[in-house]
Design a protein around this ligand. Structure first.
Ligand code: BG6
Length: 484
């Protein structure tokens, strides 16, 4: 069936940096239906050709060297533009007419992508409904909604209600681009397409889990957005909790949207939201030095750019195993990694062996940028009596597979086009995720505890994050990945 993708917020950054480059790669790989149309909608006035020209430059820039002019010229013919304002009913009528004219076929899969600022989501959904654009008589109609989905549980529920007035849940794709990353999907493959990890993937063998999403970049020109959002809403409610769910979930009965999402939701249900007093002891928050001078940030801003949260997944598998989630801007390097720290052997029979938890086996899943997996284990140093040393078994995607790692958006867009919601968040999932984050955000602003620590950019967050972890009897795995 032919496909039409309508992008709301077409003149924005997401469209030019991510969506159109991803669509172009899908086109190059011949994964788009033959009769695909891309229609941009936003307030800026462009003709089709003007928008195509603007996208030519940006796509070349954001295609990681994968730009090919001849292919682009063919692809660009599928791109169209319709100027319009989300607040104006007449502009939706005009859009509706334009779509009919462009499509020229009675049956079409149509996907609406909300890449606008979040305050326009409800309005856009309502207008789509009012103009009959969600109606599925002439083929599937789907809607993709970007993060942030609400700013707390209450607003997320309201947005879900508004969306459900117009679209059925099966038409809705709430995107979290982390789920489109190959290495995140590979966690499921590692866990559920192998048998050797499953028997040790639990409280009997695992001491704790660390999930770190460190970014070297500062907030820069996103200050106004970031100051309102902060690290908890920007990274924890979505990306970090998604990584946690993928690490902690039970095997779904099959890789199929409802089965996968049922298991993920069970993980969230097993996490008891923190009581206000626990927030002071179970979280750390920081702000990098110089943040308040970023354009758009308040001069006395209390917004955290770094946070740690210790979460407990109170179920049979994970009871007593802390999950340490950590993320920050202005860190020493860009790395996203999940570290499963196993327990020490019950007794150490070698005199030179270590009894420290951090020397016990550890599995490190490198999500990015050095995509791969390492397993640390002890081995004997040759010709040195019974001296032991930690060594690694290492798997690197780059070394093992040829070709460029696809961008997360390629996979996710393709899944939407094919109607597969396995890698998208369900309504209950986003609401439950907020239910875990809201008490932390509320306690931070109401009690001021733990204090907001100012940290120097270029390190691993505030010093007291290191001390806090030492008090837990553990150590952060502060390792910048080596690209191989
Ligand atoms: C976005 C956040 O969702 O994810 C950004 O809004 C963050 O603040 C980005 O920089 C990180 O994504 P990635 O894919 O570069 O790890």
């Amino acid at each position: 069936m032919p496909l039409t993708l309508v992008i709301f917020g077409a003149s924005g950054d997401l469209t030019s940096r991510k969506l159109v480059p991803a669509l172009f790669q899908l086109f190059r790989k011949q994964r788009l239906p033959a009769d695909t149309k891309i229609v941009g909608f936003s307030r800026t006035h462009f003709s089709d050709d003007e928008w195509r020209r603007a996208l030519t430059d940006s796509t070349e820039k954001f295609s990681n060297g994968q730009f090919d002019r001849a292919a682009w010229d063919k692809f660009a013919q599928a791109i169209h533009y319709q100027a319009g304002d989300i607040g104006q009913a007449a502009d939706f009528e005009a859009l509706h007419k334009r779509l009919h004219k462009l499509e020229g076929s009675p049956k079409v899969t149509r996907v609406y992508y909300l890449a606008t600022a979040p305050q326009f989501y409800e309005g856009a959904v309502a207008q789509l409904g009012a103009n009959g654009l969600a109606d599925e008589v002439n083929g599937p109609r789907r809607i993709v909604i970007e993060k942030p989905f609400g700013r707390d549980a209450q607003t997320a529920t309201r947005l879900n209600d508004a969306v459900h007035q117009v679209f059925k849940e099966k038409q809705v794709y709430r995107i979290d681009h982390y789920l489109g990353k190959e290495t995140v999907q590979n966690i499921l493959v590692l866990r559920f397409a192998n048998t050797i990890f499953e028997p040790v993937w639990n409280r009997n063998y695992v001491d704790h889990v660390q999930i770190t999403v460190a970014e070297e970049v500062l907030v820069g020109r996103r200050g106004a957005f970031y100051d309102e959002t902060g690290i908890l809403r920007d990274m924890f409610q979505n990306h970090l909790l998604q990584l946690l769910m993928t690490t902690a979930m039970e095997a779904p009965i099959r890789f199929e949207a409802e089965a996968v999402r049922d298991e993920k939701v069970k993980v969230l249900r097993a996490i008891t939201p923190m009581a206000p007093d626990d927030v002071a002891t179970n979280t750390v928050r920081g702000q990098y030095q110089g943040y308040r001078a970023e354009p758009g940030a308040a001069p006395d801003s209390q917004t955290a750019t770094f946070a740690v949260a210790k979460l407990a997944v109170d179920n049979w598998r994970w009871q007593g195993v802390p999950f340490y989630l950590r993320s920050g801007k202005g860190m020493s390097c860009r790395t996203t990694q999940i570290m499963i720290q196993f327990r020490n052997p019950p007794t150490m029979v070698f005199n030179s062996g270590s009894a420290k938890v951090c020397d016990a086996n550890r599995l490190v899943i490198q999500i990015q940028p050095a995509e791969g997996i390492q397993l640390l284990f002890q081995s004997k140093v040759p010709d040195a009596g019974m001296r032991l040393r930690g060594t690694d078994l290492e798997f690197s995607f780059n070394r093992e597979f040829s070709g460029v790692m696809p961008e997360a958006y390629e996979r996710l867009l393709l899944d939407v086009f094919q109607g597969d919601a396995s890698l998208f968040a369900r309504a209950d999932e986003v609401e439950l995720a907020w239910g875990i984050i809201d008490p932390i955000a509320a306690a931070w602003s109401q009690t001021g505890q733990p204090p907001l620590e100012i940290y120097e950019p270029g390190l691993w967050g505030p010093m007291n994050s290191t001390e806090w972890m030492e008090k837990q009897g553990r150590q952060w795995f502060d390792t910048c990945p080596v690209l191989k």
